[in-house]
Design a protein around this ligand. Structure first.
Ligand SMILES: Cc1cc2nc3c(=O)[nH]c(=O)nc-3n(C[C@H](O)[C@H](O)[C@H](O)COP(=O)(O)OP(=O)(O)OC[C@H]3O[C@@H](n4cnc5c(N)ncnc54)[C@H](O)[C@@H]3O)c2cc1C
Ligand SMILES: *[C@@H]1O[C@H](CO)[C@@H](O)[C@H](O)[C@H]1NC(C)=O
Ligand SMILES: *[C@@H]1O[C@H](CO)[C@@H](O)[C@H](O)[C@H]1NC(C)=O
Ligand SMILES: *[C@@H]1O[C@H](CO)[C@@H](O)[C@H](O)[C@H]1NC(C)=O
Ligand SMILES: *[C@@H]1O[C@H](CO)[C@@H](O)[C@H](O)[C@H]1NC(C)=O
Length: 538
């Protein structure tokens, strides 16, 4: 199949580049493209949009690879043709700003058909040199499926997570992959030993710290610019059985951040396993979409807490345990909580299986889907804020720009920079401790002038960025979205020169990842066939 496809694409590209002939999509089909390469409107449509729901850009075709060889074959066609055409890997399409698109080119659906199970993956393997287990998985595998697989095959699990598990391994490793475990284990990209990568020249390269290390570090956090990850070797640990999950509230931001920073500074076993937090500016938020937490039994009466209508901050942490440690978890948690200065009446505790904790956001997704509130525009903004300026950020944004209606959860939690591998392409502020602040908002379609309209929320994001600029707060966007080369250069800072050099080396024709808008896309032989990229925002 792959050979047939390659020959076919070669033939098409030769025709186009040598004779200047243009093809209609229907003619592509006459060449017998079927199976892996789809021109079906439903497939093309799905690959044109993403979770952000704000932009639309149609690829010419969609590919469903069964192996790294298939991916390499397609990229070689693009690389071998005179002009080249864009090829983008798409994980689960959970980007916000069209990062996985390939206007006029081919989108490779890495995570398609999760049930098929034909994707290469290993049983967990013990490595004597590493002193621990790892698992090899397909780059398009979703984290939820990795978890299920490693639990069922020896009771182990990856160490570092995202809050939501219906994301692809290749997609999160191309960014960082962060959550409440990051302070201790580092982001997901710090927990990978080896990758197989299909470069922009169509070569399949195995890379690690020892082998092809430039490519290895470049691809991690590399926004899909240097290669498509087809295999990742992921570090495992024994999975705990249960989780004690605690939330406490603060009205004093100084105390809140001091306590968060205390918790992420603890090493060894006497620490929490997960530290996050969020900002509450309106009472509705306490029952936000992530919150299966505050049950009726556990309900929160904000007025009784005495915040007097001001902003509240919720610190969230967990302690893992299993049968052998269950006897100690209460005293362990109590000893840690004693060190914190939250509002005394505001301790909320729940206890659940480890898997249910990791998969917590999916439950909220199902509820939102049932109400038709999942497939709405998501003008999300994620920022890394240096700890030295987080109080200024609070005054200017949480107590300023935000107003009293946020249209979605606002996450805030600190991380330690030394847990990030500086050699990766991921970009963080120039300070040992920095915060993720995530504005995870949902716009309501047809909400006109209201504070929940896409226009209002998008403008508010701009105001937040402008505020940081004016106040000299050196934030870095996580899951970055920039429009000009100068902005990208500023984003990457000291890493920009290397980024450009790696691009020239591994994807000289700019075939890969053009949806990120960092480098100009190759001129597409198909571009005359596809409608120009158009934006649904005004
Ligand atoms: C509900 C929700 C919750 C989230 N929670 C978190 C969180 O807690 N922590 C966190 O870190 N992030 C989180 N994210 C963001 C998420 O990490 C990004 O959306 C990321 O892009 C992964 O999504 P995806 O696998 O669908 O990738 P896509 O959006 O499909 O792709 C993202 C980028 O990676 C490229 N890419 C995809 N696959 C590959 C591959 N195999 N090789 C090379 N490049 C590839 C694409 O071309 C694109 O540029 C969340 C997103 C959503 C929607
Ligand atoms: C993994 O998935 C299979 C099939 O859906 C299911 O039977 C099994 O219970 C799951 N394992 C875990 C640990 O969730
Ligand atoms: C918040 O806590 C800090 C540190 O304990 C204290 O100095 C400050 O006065 C408190 N602020 C308010 C508004 O109570
Ligand atoms: C919440 O607390 C306030 C102040 O203690 C009280 O007056 C109010 O009745 C409480 N509301 C509910 C729903 O319990
Ligand atoms: C929220 O803010 C709006 C606009 O500033 C204001 O009109 C409204 O009274 C506020 N509501 C509350 C509950 O503070």
């Amino acid at each position: 199949m792959a050979n047939k496809l390659v020959l076919l694409m070669f033939a098409i590209c030769r025709l186009i580049s040598t004779v200047g002939l243009t093809l209609e999509p229907a003619e592509l089909l006459q060449f017998g493209v079927e199976g892996q390469l789809s021109l079906e409107p439903a497939d093309v449509d799905r690959a044109s949009v993403d979770f952000g729901g704000m932009t639309r850009a149609e690829p010419m075709a969609v590919m469903r690879p069964a192996s790294a060889g298939d991916v390499a074959s397609l990229v070689r066609v693009a690389y071998g043709s005179a002009l080249g055409f864009p090829v983008s890997a798409r994980g689960h399409g959970h980007s916000i700003n069209g990062q996985a698109r390939a206007p006029g080119g081919v989108v490779i659906e890495m995570s398609h058909d999760r049930a098929a199970g034909h994707r290469p993956r290993s049983r967990p393997v013990y490595s004597p040199s590493l002193g621990e287990y790892y698992v090899d998985v397909w780059g398009g595998e979703l984290w939820i499926d990795v978890l299920n697989w490693t639990l069922d095959n020896g009771g182990r699990a990856p160490k570092s997570w995202t809050d939501y598990l219906y994301l692809s391994v290749g997609g999160t490793l191309s960014n960082a992959g962060i959550s409440g475990q990051t302070f201790h284990h580092g982001p997901q990209l710090s927990n990978v030993y080896e990758l197989d990568v299909v470069t922009g020249k169509g070569e399949i390269v195995t890379c690690s710290e020892e082998q092809n290390s430039e490519l290895f570090h470049g691809v991690l956090g590399g926004l899909g610019q240097f290669g498509i990850i087809t295999r990742a070797r992921i570090a495992l640990e024994p999975a705990p059985q249960r989780v004690r999950w605690i939330r406490v509230l603060y009205s004093n931001f100084t105390t809140f951040t001091r306590d968060q920073e205390l918790l992420i500074s603890l090493h060894g076993t006497h620490r929490f396993d997960y530290v996050e937090g969020f900002v509450i500016v309106d009472e509705g938020l306490i029952n936000n979409w992530r919150s299966s937490f505050f049950s009726p039994r556990n309900s929160v009466n904000i007025s009784s807490i005495g915040a007097n209508g001001g902003v509240l901050y919720c610190l969230e942490m967990t302690k893992n345990y299993d049968d052998s440690t269950a006897a100690f978890v209460d005293q362990e948690v109590e000893a840690l909580l004693k060190r914190l200065e939250f509002i005394p009446a505001s301790v909320f505790t729940t206890d659940l299986p480890y898997v249910d904790f990791l998969d917590r956001v999916h439950k909220a997704e199902l509820k939102l889907r049932a109400k038709g509130l999942w497939d709405v525009p998501h003008p999300w903004l994620n920022l890394f804020v240096p700890a030295s300026r987080i109080a200024d950020f609070d005054r200017g944004v949480f107590r300023g720009i935000l107003g009293n209606k946020t249209s979605g959860p606002i996450l805030i939690y600190p991380m330690n920079k030394h847990k990030w591998d500086e050699r990766s392409s991921a970009v963080t502020p120039d300070e040992e401790v920095f915060y993720l602040v995530g504005f995870l908002r949902s716009a309501l379609p047809d909400s006109g002038e209201s504070t929940q309209s896409l226009e209002y929320l998008s403008q508010q994001n701009e105001r937040i960025l402008a505020f940081c600029d004016a106040a000299g707060i050196e934030v870095k966007q996580y899951l970055p979205h920039h429009l000009t080369r100068a902005e990208w250069a500023r984003h990457f800072g000291a890493k920009w020169d290397r980024f450009i050099r790696l691009k020239a080396e591994f994807d000289p024709k700019g075939i890969l990842g053009s949806g990120q808008g960092i480098f100009p896309p190759p001129s597409s032989p198909f571009s005359s066939l596809s409608p120009d990229e158009h934006s649904m925002t005004r």
